[in-house]
Design a protein around this ligand. Structure first.
Ligand code: SF4
Length: 297
């Protein structure tokens, strides 16, 4: 699938956004540039994907999609946070222009979880409504989730929600230490040791639900390739495996194990702790004086 970059502009401010601070050189600044870039890559029966930032904010998106269809594109995908799809007229225009599939980012199974990641209050409600509208209009939907320290325990819930909303595929990837996540990686990126079992559970559940999977850069079935942008770069997963999490030390960019990357003081003995925090042991400085003596039986 050929990728067409629209712009870095986005109406979310994700805590893991890898694009913050990148050069805008390869992006299309206006409608004409976007059409030109589109026609450069489109051929008969070609498959293309518009990516961002947030492509639905680009003023030239509709005309570029129409131009691609006229030039013979057989499959047009838009990678989006889904918020503008909550507006029915916008979603319908995208459909009429010729978009067939949407790769929609969903970072949580609840408003609090998702909105924490996007840093936009109300974004979960818009994205969920956007997915519903898109399904009603007949778009094929893939849902993409970035695994962070704040959602790794809820991956199965997100998979269930995606399936419930009518998604055909589920894409899971780790937050990478670039852009926003690069600034606060210790808060954002989970350790592989902790996230691994949750990921495995989500993969097994997704398989049972019949979702096409793209996990940490590996596809589990060929039909996944039409659901997510840039999938030509990915490799097939070995049958029945959870990629990368299988072997120790093969997880890219995960947090270091506790003790390797974090400095902790030498353990203290009871006597040393008593010296440091006498009030805890004697109760002398606690309100009400010493703690009550144990009741004698
Ligand atoms: S929706 Fe995508 S482009 Fe927008 S801030 Fe989040 S990660 Fe970045």
């Amino acid at each position: 699938m050929e990728l067409i970059s629209t712009s870095f502009q986005c109406n979310n401010h994700c805590i893991f956004c890898a694009q913050k601070g990148l050069s805008a050189e390869k992006f299309a600044k206006d409608e004409n540039t976007l059409i030109q870039k589109t026609l450069e890559v489109v051929g008969r029966d070609s498959k293309i994907a518009f990516v961002g930032g947030e492509p639905t904010l680009h003023p030239g998106l509709m005309v570029a999609v129409s131009a691609a269809k006229e030039a013979g594109a057989s499959h047009v995908l838009v990678q989006t946070n889904g918020r503008r799809l909550a507006y029915e007229s916008f979603a319908r225009s995208l459909k009429d222009a010729g978009v067939s599939a949407l790769d929609i980012s969903l970072q949580g199974s609840t408003p609090t979880m998702h909105d924490y990641h996007t840093q936009v209050s109300g974004s979960w409600a818009q994205t969920i409504l956007g997915i519903k509208r898109a399904r009603e209009l007949g778009f094929t939907i893939g849902v993409s989730t970035v695994i962070t320290r704040s959602n790794f325990r809820h991956l199965t819930e997100i998979a269930r929600l995606a399936h419930h909303l009518g998604a055909k595929g589920f894409h899971l990837n780790l937050a990478l230490p670039y852009g926003e996540a690069g600034k606060s990686w210790a808060r954002v990126i989970p350790s592989a040791e902790m996230a691994g079992s949750h990921l495995e559970e989500a993969v097994n559940l997704s398989k049972n639900l019949g979702l096409s999977l793209l996990v940490l850069g590996r596809v589990f079935s060929e039909d996944t390739r039409d659901l997510f942008a840039g999938i030509g770069l990915y490799q097939p997963a070995e049958k029945g495996t959870v990629p990368f999490f299988q072997k120790k030390g093969t997880v890219p960019f995960s947090r270091p194990k506790p003790g390797l990357g974090e400095r902790r003081g030498a353990p203290k003995t009871g006597a040393e702790l008593q010296k440091l925090f006498p009030a805890i042991f004697t109760g002398a400085e606690l309100p009400g004086g010493k703690p009550p003596s144990p009741v004698k039986k």
